[in-house]
Write a protein that binds this ligand. Structure first.
Ligand code: FUC
Length: 802
């Protein structure tokens, strides 16, 4: 097999490889391209959880589009609508009378947030490096190494081989760009920054900084204020610093003196930045560029930070460290997280092709490794956009080039933000959930105001969106916003963190939020008139119009709400037992749980999405959201073994909905089919997700437009095909598709505190290693065999599945 592969590789390079490709070998963990990015979705992302860049990699013009995770529009604000509470009884009456459109009108008039929309996440701006050459570029390659989190660009031009390395260090909190050439005195360029923000750029010259011998330095300093949006004034200031440190040659500010041609300068064309605030480097041997950025954001109600001090310090600290040291600490820090999981789904010659070509051909079926790369890319993205102390992954993670991005690149919490974190625990990146935990705890404070002002209720509530300022009131319009379940769903992600780790301190920390959310529903659930079940009202089944209405989604007690509430109440009860608190409250919660509307199977054998059997009259049978199937995944209330009738109904609903939808919705379907133990069906959907229709050349998910949830949901789907651990049972290879007959994985996590490694061949388990991290008992299942085990904490059990 190996020999065959090697032969093919040689053949490939001789016959198809553009000049020089053979020079660099492509590891299984590398994305690579033979052209510079033209579009943003061809550029490659780096990030340290806070500071991100999209790298275009042009030979004549390098372009880094930059982001800082707290640079959003607006400032602390209170969107709650004081008219809502008075309108609530009437809204409920109209819903229960079946006058959904009238209810929606009333809700739209009286209950929506002011402003009606939340604040967008914004770009920081762009760094351009313009190189004075028109020489022919050969041997061009740009790549992103997921094993080191370093992007690089290399090419030959005018007889010189040039190389750039770029990474965003979480240790040093700067982006580092290293430019080298294989001959001395060959690096000349002009560096400038541009931004759509209200900002000014100045240059600080530090001539002869002389830190590493013959060194010159200068710094671009961009100071600005964030945007205002929807009537909320920008309350943040920000600063970005770009320090250019050259070894050999000279560094000038163009403002001080323009470069002459003989100094390696050139007459720039239309530069996207002000020439008066750019830096030129002439004839350097090598150059290191440091980028730091910060805003005055401290938290959702405090914007008194000092970005100038922060960036100044970060740049000063980074500059005195040799490049090799910066690189080494970055790689070591990143690999602590990244290297926990290895996945091998099989290899083929297609691995040697550029990534964009592989995406175009994935459906042909000879590139199983691309699925492994896609999985590891999601892990790379999560490590790069969600680090402790920072902000959670937005709709675009950390990467956004606009002031008005799609859906504001904020947090849509009726699926998208939750999906972002689906792979976090099983893919052994539990630490990356910390920003989400912090956000939810903050929302439990802002959401308490919404609960009180808009519902007259205790506890807290959040609707279908939130932003940097932790807004929790219903936004956008009744059809999208009038959904009180966003906070409760997010709590399920936090609960999962507890299930995977068994960390009681963590449980203690999130318990008040669990309790507060439960209190809100104890105060606001109402009895529906037909069966006298307790239901949410008004509410909706996310973004799917109510078939009994003309054109609104407004309804009472949609299935998803009941499912989320069953989880919330159960988790709250369970937590209060573990922590031994709130005994009488626990009973109240249990009583309410018993009265929730049950799951119902409709006349077409489908799982009902609404209280009434309306699915087949849907305005959109193939709607992207599959909200009522929450019970099957991410929840486990519906289970092929425990509740087979409901699982069959969920399957029917899935068949009706179809396989292909927007990026995230396609990814959700993969997870659902894996939970139905149909690996081949799941794989067929993965083929669509990994096609150019749903994956951009840089492997970013295409809703379209770019939305990162599909990357994370897709990775989660791949895990669900290999390993499941719901309902107290670890299932090995529960949905292995025929397309992956041979493979192995190490480092996956299972609920209850286990770490799993597996090898399989010819579609059958060869061996599994189950390491216990918490000493909990476990039920282990493969194929037809179940084993009950008690593995001591820290010890492992090896199994061949028989
Ligand atoms: C939800 C989805 C859309 C989109 C948006 C960000 O509203 O229905 O498809 O993903 O979030």
């Amino acid at each position: 097999m190996l020999v065959r592969f090697a032969l093919f590789a040689v053949f490939f390079f001789l016959n198809f490889s553009p000049a020089g490709r053979a020079a660099e070998t492509t590891s299984p963990l590398t994305l690579f391209y033979t052209n510079a990015a033209v579009k943003w979705t061809e550029a490659l992302p780096v990030g340290n959880g806070r500071l991100g860049a999209m790298i275009f990699g042009g030979a004549q013009r390098e372009h880094l589009q930059l982001n800082e995770a707290t640079l959003w529009a607006g400032g602390p604000y209170d969107p709650n609508n004081t008219n809502a509470l008075a309108a609530l009884p009437e809204a409920r009456k109209l819903v229960f009378a079946g006058k959904y459109d009238d209810a929606a009108k009333l809700i739209g008039d009286k209950m929506m947030a002011t402003p009606l929309r939340e604040m967008p996440y914004e770009t920081l701006g762009d760094l351009f490096l313009d190189f004075p050459t028109n020489a022919v570029v050969e041997n061009y390659r740009r790549d992103l190494d997921l094993d080191t989190a370093v992007a690089s660009v290399s090419f030959t031009s005018g007889g010189v081989h040039y190389r750039r390395e770029i990474f965003s260090s979480a240790v040093d909190q700067v982006i580092v760009i290293r430019l080298t050439a294989d001959k001395p005195g060959q690096i000349s360029f002009t560096a400038g920054v541009a931004t759509p923000q209200k900002a000014g750029v100045t240059v600080e010259l530090n001539s002869r900084a002389a830190i590493f011998g013959e060194t010159n330095a200068a710094t671009l300093v961009m100071n600005g204020v964030n945007g205002s949006a929807r009537g909320i004034a920008g309350a943040l200031k920000f600063q970005a610093r770009v320090r250019v440190l050259a070894s050999g040659g000279n560094v000038f500010s163009v403002a001080a003196r323009p470069l002459t041609m003989s100094e390696g300068g050139f007459v720039p064309g239309a530069l996207p930045y002000a020439e008066s605030s750019s830096i030129s480097v002439a004839r350097a041997n090598e150059v290191t560029i440091f980028i730091a950025a910060a805003t005055s954001y401290k938290n959702y109600h405090d914007v008194s930070g000092n970005p100038e001090k922060t960036t100044g310090q970060q740049i000063a600290d980074a500059t005195i460290r040799p490049y090799e040291k910066l690189l080494h600490t970055h790689v070591a820090d990143y690999q602590k997280l990244f290297r926990r999981v290895e996945l091998n789904l099989g290899e083929s010659a297609a691995m040697q092709l550029p990534t964009d070509v592989r995406i175009a051909h994935f459906a042909e079926g000879n590139d199983p490794q691309l699925a492994a790369l896609y999985f590891q890319f999601a892990r790379y993205l999560l490590i790069s956009c969600s680090r402790p102390g920072g902000q959670p992954a937005t709709l675009q993670g950390l990467w956004n080039d606009s002031m008005t991005p799609p859906w504001d690149s904020k947090y849509t919490i009726n699926i998208n933000t939750e999906m972002n974190y689906w792979p976090a625990e099983p893919a052994n990146l539990g630490e990356c959930v910390e920003p989400l935990t912090q956000m939810v705890l903050e929302m439990s404070a802002t959401g308490a105001r919404t609960a009180k002002i808009q519902y007259g209720a205790r506890g807290w509530v959040a609707h279908h969106n939130t932003d940097l300022w932790r807004a929790t009131a219903p936004v956008d319009g009744p059809t999208w916003g009038m959904w009180p379940m966003g906070g409760a769903w997010l709590l399920q992600n936090l609960w999962e963190h507890y299930l995977f780790t068994g960390d009681k301190n963590y449980l203690q920390k999130i318990y008040p939020a669990l309790k507060g959310a439960s209190q809100f529903f104890l105060d606001t659930l109402v009895e529906e008139p037909v069966n006298h079940w307790l239901v949410t009202c008004p509410s909706l089944s996310p973004e799917n119009n109510n078939p009994a209405a003309e054109k609104t989604s407004i309804t009472a007690g949609p299935t998803m709400d009941m499912e989320i509430l069953r989880d919330l109440f159960s988790n709250c009860i369970h937590a209060s037992e573990i922590l031994d608190v709130d005994e009488s409250f626990r009973k109240e919660v249990a009583a309410a749980r018993a009265r929730l509307a049950p799951l119902q199977i409709g006349s077409s054998g489908q799982l009902q999405e609404w209280l009434q059997d309306l699915d087949m009259q849907s305005h959109d049978l193939h709607h992207r959201h599959v909200s009522h199937l929450y019970g099957l995944f991410p929840s486990a209330q519906i289970d092929v073994n425990i509740t087979p009738e409901l699982a069959a109904a969920a399957k029917k609903s899935l068949e009706i909905r179809g396989d292909q939808a927007t990026g995230w919705a396609t990814a959700w379907r993969i997870n659902l089919w894996a939970r139905l133990h149909d690996g081949d069906h799941a794989f067929g959907i993965l083929e669509f997700l990994l096609s150019p229709a749903r994956t951009f050349p840089d492997l970013f998910d295409a809703h379209p437009p770019f939305q990162i949830d599909g990357n994370f949901g897709g990775a989660s789907g791949i895990i669900e095909m290999l390993l499941q651990s719901q309902n107290d049972e670890i299932q090995l290879l529960p949905a292995l598709p025929k397309a992956w007959p041979n493979g192995s994985v190490t480092g996956l996590r299972a609920r209850g505190g286990f770490e799993i490694a597996m090898t399989w061949a010819d579609g059958k388990l060869v061996s599994a290693n189950i390491k216990s991290l918490a000493g909990n008992p476990v039920r282990l299942h493969y194929d037809q065999t179940t084993k009950f085990l008690k593995i001591k904490k820290g010890e492992s059990f090896k199994w061949d599945g028989r």
